[in-house]
Ligand binder design. Structure first.
Ligand code: GFB
Length: 319
């Protein structure tokens, strides 16, 4: 059975950066039966509650895009939350999807599953070929377990559970809280606050030398839909742009969009994390999908979204 506009589709994590983008994409494409549950309605770490919800709502397709996420500091300082929440969420949703006969499930991991010293760009078969980056080991181990869960349910029960590994993401509904956010929203917030406060100095963590690849979350949502329709293999598949830049270059790009007069100051006391994590996206390109939103355009539109939230007095909060 393939996903149609009449299918019952559950987006687990619909309030987050990725989930809200998947929801927007599915709605725009005319899917009529999209199921969601708030955190108050359903604790995804609770197997009994998740089973009950699946029994009552009977989703046919599941986008498993829920999880506890955060930037380098959140990962390094809250490893217990990152490993517990994510392992539990993946396990409960995958298991309930099996128990209640979900037709297809797409699970979303992260590019931090690959070894710290991985040859670049990183192909799918480099998983488990070396030690992980220490700042996000807990999160990476949980994400690797999620891939293995999907594969195990495919092997033992013949389930059509697939995994996609996105690169660093950004876009509307991101977390702009400076202690827990990723670098791109953090820089938007820092340059914005400096401009508003009439100051020029903006602090960038680390050396500025690490390289990262960034994908707009609307592109990711489109890729998730594409893969749900077109991909059905045991191996996880990378989702990215195939292009990266240094953190210093990123900071200059955000400066250009938000506060061109600002000066960058690098704080060497903060961690750099993985030196580089560029995904090899040849498999995805060979299937016929490529991203469409350039980083420059994506930064501008994300900053416009941020400004709109500020204008409306909505808190752009931590999740
Ligand atoms: O985005 P980020 O927090 O996470 O940091 P990772 C990327 C790089 O940007 C690091 C630097 O080298 C940071 O030191 N950076 C510079 C900043 N200024 C800032 C700032 O103000 N805030 C932040 N947050 N970083 C995460 C993983 O790694 O990426 C997760 O911890 C996940 O597990 C996620 O994989 C996608 O790219 O280093």
């Amino acid at each position: 059975m393939e996903m149609t506009s009449a299918s019952r589709i559950y987006v687990a994590g619909h309030a987050g950066l990725v989930g809200s983008a998947v929801l927007r994409r599915l709605e725009a494409l005319g899917y009529r039966h999209i199921l969601t549950a708030t955190r108050d309605q359903l604790d995804l770490r609770d197997q009994a509650a998740v089973n009950y919800w699946f029994k009552a709502n009977r989703p046919e397709f599941v986008f498993l895009v829920a999880g506890t996420v955060g930037g380098i500091m959140a990962n390094a300082t809250r490893p217990a939350e990152f490993i517990y929440d994510n392992m539990m969420i993946h396990a409960t949703v995958v298991h309930a999807s099996h128990l209640y006969d979900v037709q297809k499930l797409l699970y979303l991991g992260s590019s931090c599953i690959y070894p710290r010293e991985c040859p670049q760009p990183m192909t799918e078969d480099m998983l488990l070929s070396g030690p992980l980056e220490p700042t996000n080991e807990s999160y990476a181990v949980a994400k690797i377990a999620g891939i293995k869960l999907c594969q195990a349910y495919r092997t033992q029960y013949g389930r059509r559970f697939i995994s996609a590994m996105p690169t660093n993401l950004y876009g509307p509904h991101d977390n702009f809280d400076l202690t827990s956010s990723h670098v791109l929203p953090a820089l938007i917030r820092k340059f914005h606050d400096a401009r508003m406060g009439g100051t020029r100095e903006v602090v960038v963590w680390g050396s500025g030398r690490p390289k990262r690849e960034f994908l707009h979350v609307d592109d990711l949502a489109d890729a998730c839909h594409f893969l749900m329709q077109r991909y059905d293999e045991a191996s996880h598949i990378n989702v990215g742009t195939g292009e990266d830049l240094s953190i210093a270059e990123l900071a200059m790009m955000v400066r250009e969009a938000v506060h061109p007069d600002a000066e960058l100051v690098f704080d060497a006391a903060k961690p750099d994390g993985t030196p580089r994590k560029l995904l090899d996206v040849s498999r995805l390109h060979a299937l016929g999908w490529t991203h469409t939103i350039t980083l420059r355009d994506g930064i501008r539109s994300t900053y416009e979204w941020f400004l709109e939230q500020e204008r409306q007095g909505l808190a752009v909060r931590a999740r």
